[in-house]
Ligand binder design. Structure first.
Ligand code: SF4
Length: 198
């Protein structure tokens, strides 16, 4: 069975699902089966809510400030389990919850998912990946033609809902694309972080 919780660089992650509505050119899933202390992050079948809660109950959260939904798939593709397990973790372990997302959850579910996220999540980290639609579509290869606009709208909804929200890009982008991405984030009053590509 794949690891549901795993640790990497002093952070604890939830590997909720292998579903994803993108096919990013840089996705780590195409060249590694695991990250950090996980043996494999490929599920035979995505875990049930009870299995996620059991994995949390077996984990010692001492010393961890944040639980991060990330893993080998897009967490919002397993929205019900994301919301329910995040609430469980917050209530039982008093831990902050961050979701690392491609920001396409509202397009995927064809409804605004931000009010649901707001009930269970503290921080939303959105992969911006590129400063404009053309480059974004080339690099993320999403299922939706309007993905770039949908991702930006999702970020604004998160910001308007009072969630802490930030865009990320990887540090292998050309410097001018990183700076253009930073300007886009600033213009939307959204945080910005350059993450290390590993
Ligand atoms: S959104 Fe994440 S999981 Fe999905 S293809 Fe891109 S990098 Fe991989």
């Amino acid at each position: 069975m794949a690891d549901i919780l795993y640790t990497y660089k002093n952070e604890v992650y939830v590997n909720l699902t292998n579903k994803c509505d993108c096919s990013c050119t840089f996705c780590i899933r195409s060249h590694k089966d695991a990250v950090g202390d996980a043996d494999t992050l490929w599920h035979r079948k995505d875990p049930s809510l009870a299995e996620v809660e059991q994995a949390m109950n077996r984990f010692d959260f001492e010393g961890y400030e944040e639980l991060v939904y990330c893993g080998y798939g897009e967490p919002t593709c397993a929205l019900d389990n994301l919301i329910a397990s995040a609430k469980y973790a917050k209530e039982k372990y008093g831990i902050k919850v961050r979701v690392n997302t491609n920001g396409l959850g509202s397009l995927y579910w064809n409804r605004d998912i931000v009010p649901e996220l707001k009930e269970a999540v503290d921080i939303v980290s959105i992969s911006l990946n590129a400063p404009d639609e053309k480059k974004y579509m080339e690099v993320t290869r999403p299922q939706f033609d309007n993905a770039f606009r949908g991702m930006l709208d999702f970020a604004e909804e998160c910001r308007n809902a009072g969630l802490k929200v930030c865009f990320t890009v990887v540090d292998v982008l050309p410097e001018e694309e990183i700076e253009a991405s930073r300007r886009l984030a600033d213009s939307m009053r959204i945080g910005f972080r350059v993450r290390h590509f590993a």
